[in-house]
Design a protein around this ligand. Structure first.
Ligand code: B12
Ligand code: SF4
Length: 453
């Protein structure tokens, strides 16, 4: 039985070396995790395609197609689903967006998988073989931690040369926080931890020195984090991941991060304004102590990718200059800016939808690079132009050097990260300015999948 698993194109930063494409990111785990879940059904043969780096083989003779869907990739995913179904191939849709909007996804699939698939996927495959594929498989909301025994992902099935870091591991799902714009609570209603021994097994199996831990917030459960980091130390690997600003609050935790080989962390600072942080339920970020965290990371030689968001209700027109100034003063190694985006299933979506402030219901615009809301203290054009200006200013050569020149041995990595963003900035500057999106209403089935393959 041949199964083609696809991740629809997310238009991410990538490098083109002739015909060879490499993502500037780590390899995602969605497909390699699914492919590892049926070890007791060896007749199932998987092909994994991440469309961000490789073309989808549209004519491949396969029995079943599975497509992983994010909100921003849903239009592309639905178009791919339409294509394979028109060929008579059964299509299963799963992933974050399907979990958030199952009724929408159902229109494009023979079967949808809602929630995590560790238990449902093996059953789905067995049902398909028996000619009894159900229209829906749903994991009930979790009531406890993740069970032991989740298999090590099938990294061997991904094109490893397609990623900056090809080996990815995960330890937790969900987050202990609930920021108003974040999809995570809608996808994983509860923070769940894997047994430390299982995570260590996966990391030990990584056939390279470097790996990425792609959990959204693994260190805010401090006791678990300490146990995990202590167990990683003897493996003598180096790694990168995501964290909240709270890692600086506990010196022992920070010390363990360093000792376990941490070299890179993406931190969601979001805003330099404490009132704005409070309004998005992220008041645990303390803008006044960002300098302490960044300094500590620099001393520990951990590269800091700092993320900031524009478009909060508290943002005035001076937010762009104020943020760029802070980013330079803090010497954030690799800054990143996003636009406030109301993902479906979030409190933000409900609030702005009720207030009539959502400008675009075209999910393809939900990549945090498009203005999809009517901001409070500026026009959509001012928001978009301010966002572009902030990127342009931050990635001027003199500003890049002012931030990164003194980072010591990390200089080449910080510089190459910044140069990647410079490429993105030149694309952003060339792009058309803000266009009032149409339709200003929920999209029709045809619009949801409107793209040419
Ligand atoms: C790696 C990653 C990426 C990668 C790959 C995306 C992908 N499909 O995984 C890239 C770099 C492309 C990416 C991009 C973005 N991402 Co991202 N990303 C992640 C991250 C950190 C890890 C994904 C992962 O490997 N998870 C581990 C696996 C095991 O979990 P999983 O993917 O959910 O898969 C399980 C189930 O969902 C299900 N499943 C998934 N797919 C399928 C398919 C089938 C057929 C079936 C049956 C089941 C199934 O089975 C799996 C096992 O249980 C997640 C956060 C996280 N930790 O999950 C965010 C996340 C998925 N990203 C998110 C966001 C917001 C973005 C960006 C907008 C960020 C940005 N500003 O650039 C862009 C989207 C760009 C666009 N055009 O849409 C959100 C999703 C929001 C949403 N509603 O879509 C998440 C949840 C993070 C968050 N804080 O909210 N991202
Ligand atoms: S801390 Fe990060 S992952 Fe957790 S809810 Fe907030 S934005 Fe989402």
């Amino acid at each position: 039985m041949k199964v083609l698993l696809i991740m629809a194109d997310a238009q991410m930063h990538k490098y083109h070396l002739g015909s060879h494409v490499r993502s500037a990111r780590e390899a995602p785990l969605s497909l390699s995790t699914l492919a590892a879940l049926t070890p007791d059904q060896p007749d199932v043969e998987y092909e994994l395609v991440d469309e961000s780096i490789d073309p989808v083989p549209l004519d491949r003779a396969v029995d079943l197609v599975g497509i992983s869907v994010l909100t921003g990739t849903s239009r592309r995913a639905y178009a791919l689903a339409d294509h394979f179904r028109a060929r008579g191939v059964k299509v299963v849709l799963g992933g974050a967006h399907v979990t958030l909007l199952p009724e929408e996804a159902r229109q494009f699939a023979d079967c949808i998988v809602v929630g995590m698939a560790e238990r449902t996927w093996p059953r789905l495959i067995a049902d398909f073989k028996a000619g009894a594929l159900a229209p829906e498989y749903r994991e009930p909301p979790p009531t406890s931690d993740l069970a032991e025994g989740i298999p090590t992902p099938r990294w061997d099935l991904t094109r490893l040369s397609g990623y900056m870091v090809p080996y990815t591991v995960h330890a937790t799902r969900g987050c202990v926080h609930s920021c108003d714009f974040c999809s995570v609570k809608g996808i994983w209603s509860r923070f769940q931890r894997r047994p430390v021994a299982d995570v260590v097994r996966d990391i030990a199996a990584v056939p390279a020195r470097r790996f990425v831990l792609n959990d959204v917030s693994p260190f805010d459960d401090v006791e678990y984090a300490k146990e995990l980091l202590t167990a990683i130390i003897p493996l003598r690997k180096t790694w990168g991941g995501l964290a909240t600003s709270r890692i600086a609050d506990d010196p022992e935790l920070f010390d363990l991060l360093v000792k376990s080989g941490c070299r890179f962390l993406l931190i969601g600072f979001e805003s330099v304004n404490q009132t704005a942080l409070k309004s998005i339920a992220k008041g645990f970020n303390k803008a006044a102590s960002y300098d302490v965290l960044v300094r500590r990371m620099r001393e520990a030689r951990i590269i800091c990718q700092g993320c900031f968001v524009f478009g909060f209700d508290h943002d005035q027109k001076d937010v762009f200059d104020a943020t760029v100034e802070q980013v330079q003063a803090l010497k954030i190694d690799i800054p990143r800016y996003s636009l406030y985006t109301p993902y479906p299933g979030t409190r933000l979506f409900d609030r702005l939808h009720a207030a009539g402030r959502i400008l675009s219901y075209d999910w393809a615009d939900y990549d945090t690079m498009h203005v999809v809301i009517r901001p409070k203290h500026m026009s959509p054009v001012e928001l978009y132009e301010g966002f572009r200006r902030a990127y342009r200013e931050t990635f001027r050569f003199r500003n890049i050097l002012a931030r990164t020149f003194s980072v010591g041995r990390n200089f080449p990595i910080a510089l190459s990260g910044n140069l990647t963003y410079r490429l993105f900035v030149s694309r952003l500057q060339r792009s058309r300015g803000f266009q009032m999106p149409l339709p200003h209403r929920a999209a029709t089935r045809r619009e949801l999948s409107a793209t040419s393959l």
